[in-house]
Design a protein around this ligand. Structure first.
Ligand SMILES: Nc1ncnc2c1ncn2[C@@H]1O[C@H](COP(=O)(O)OP(=O)(O)OP(=O)(O)O)[C@@H](O)[C@H]1O
Ligand SMILES: [Mg+2]
Length: 430
């Protein structure tokens, strides 16, 4: 019921039904009233006619005349004087019609309006047929059945078709916006865009997505270009510093040189990572794809990191349920696991680190401070680091690299809560 077109259709059909029903009811009431007063008038006329004749014999004569002039379905009479029936045109015991006496098909009290009048002397009972009112009733039932019901069914059917169509379009727009907000910049509502307001909105959403994708691409390209242009001069600086290290230097200068060499190495590493992430995002790493068993890879990585974990005072446990053959790049996948393990060692020092593979899901969790929910999208961006990690070394590219590698393999990366600590899962596609 949250669909606007559905709500509108229901309201429109309800209003339509209400107005038509009210119109019909008013028309019926008016016509019914007019017929009723006609019948009343006819009864009054007969009563007044007979009352005006005081002589009993003449009155009976007149009554016979009146009745013979009209159809028994339209008029019946009974005249009484002193408990004796003087004239009975059709027996009329208190409004009930005797079929044998009247020759009517069946005794239907409802078919007549019955009036009793005191003529002093004598009493008169008049019954005026109400066939016209029954006909009116039937006519209105027919209008309801043959016009209103089909009209209602037709409008409801049209409403359902329209609602279905718009609901599908609205859903397409909604899911596209959702995917765009999740970072899938290639999401589109898709053409053809119908010539309606929703079609216009879909076209605008697609244009916006197009522009956003282009802008993001351009930004990435600028980042990669800067990294590329600066890498060579920095490498040259590194080579010069190396040469400088081979010369005789006072202790203070050597200490400064060591620091400068460390910094340049860090800068070169950062540029290299930036360039590699840009390449991975461009889909370049797929060339090196070959069958890899992630089960064996996870076990290998656990072995490699066992000593560094011990040195850092952490405990690394590894659990592999079985082999998981995928098609991918072995080096990139080890880089992914290494980045996650290094993060656990660096940002959650001295805690239990668990590396596991169950089914198609690789999990790395620790017992450290974790990442607050609102920051879990942020840390996946390039160069993003949490305030708490300002004092630890690193450039904030590790998780961006993990994300790029996971995306390249079509795997879904999720950061979660290990309560306490961070739990990272990588879900490989079947
Ligand atoms: N296991 C973890 N526990 C708590 N915070 C973490 C963890 N892993 C990452 N973070 C937070 O996410 C940020 C981004 O991580 P990322 O790996 O991208 O960069 P980094 O580790 O700081 O640097 P590097 O480029 O060397 O990996 C970190 O700076 C840290 O604040
Ligand atoms: Mg890291």
């Amino acid at each position: 019921m949250r669909s606007t077109p559905l709500k509108l259709s229901v309201i429109l059909i309800a209003v339509f039904t209400l107005f038509i029903s009210a119109g019909l009811a008013v028309a019926y009431g008016l016509m019914h009233g007019a017929l009723k007063s006609d019948i009343d008038l006819r009864a009054d006329q007969v009563i007044e006619d007979l009352r005006a004749i005081p002589e009993p014999v003449e009155r009976i004569e007149r009554a016979r005349e009146i009745v013979s002039a009209s159809d028994p379905r339209a008029l019946l009479l009974r005249l009484e004087l002193g408990g004796e029936t003087l004239a009975s045109v059709g027996a009329l015991p208190d409004g009930v019609i005797d079929s044998e006496a009247t020759g009517l098909p069946e005794p239907v009290a409802d078919s007549y309006l019955v009036r009793h009048a005191d003529l002093a002397p004598g009493a008169l009972t008049v019954a005026v047929g109400r066939d016209s009112m029954a006909e009116l009733h039937e006519t209105f039932i027919a209008i309801l059945g043959f016009a209103l019901l089909p009209a209602l069914m037709l409008t409801s059917a049209i409403g359902i078709v329209v609602v279905r169509r718009t609901a599908a379009r609205v859903e397409a727009i909604r899911s596209t916006l959702h995917r765009l907000s999740q970072g899938s910049l290639d999401a589109r509502v898709g053409s053809p865009h119908p010539d309606t307001d929703l079609g216009d909105i879909s076209r605008d959403v697609d244009r916006m997505a197009e522009a956003q994708e282009a802008a993001t691409g351009a930004l990435r390209q600028i980042g990669a270009d800067i990294a590329h242009d600066l890498k060579t001069p920095i490498q040259r600086v590194a080579v010069r510093l190396e040469r400088l290290a081979d010369t005789e230097l006072p202790d203070a200068a050597r200490a400064l040189l060591d620091q400068a060499q460390e910094e340049t190495e860090q800068i070169i590493a950062t540029f290299q990572s930036l360039l590699q992430i840009a390449q991975l995002e461009g889909g370049q790493g797929r060339d090196g794809f070959a069958p890899v068993d992630i089960g064996a890879l996870v076990a290998d990585m656990a072995e490699i990191y066992e000593t560094s974990a011990e040195d850092a005072g952490a405990r690394l446990t590894c659990m592999v349920a079985g082999p998981l053959p995928v098609v991918g790049d072995r080096n990139l996948l080890s880089r992914l696991i290494a980045n996650l393990l290094e993060n656990a060692l660096r940002h959650a020092p001295g805690t239990d680190i668990r590396l596991s593979l169950t089914g198609r899901v690789l999990t790395v969790s620790d017992g450290g401070p974790g990442i607050p929910e609102g920051q879990r999208e942020v840390v996946l961006r390039r160069l993003a680091r949490l305030e708490a990690s300002r004092s630890t070394p690193g450039s904030g590219l590790g998780l961006a690299m993990v994300k790029a590698i996971a995306d390249l393999h079509g795997a879904r990366l999720t950061l979660g809560d290990a309560a306490p600590g961070l739990m990272v899962t990588v879900d490989f596609p079947a």
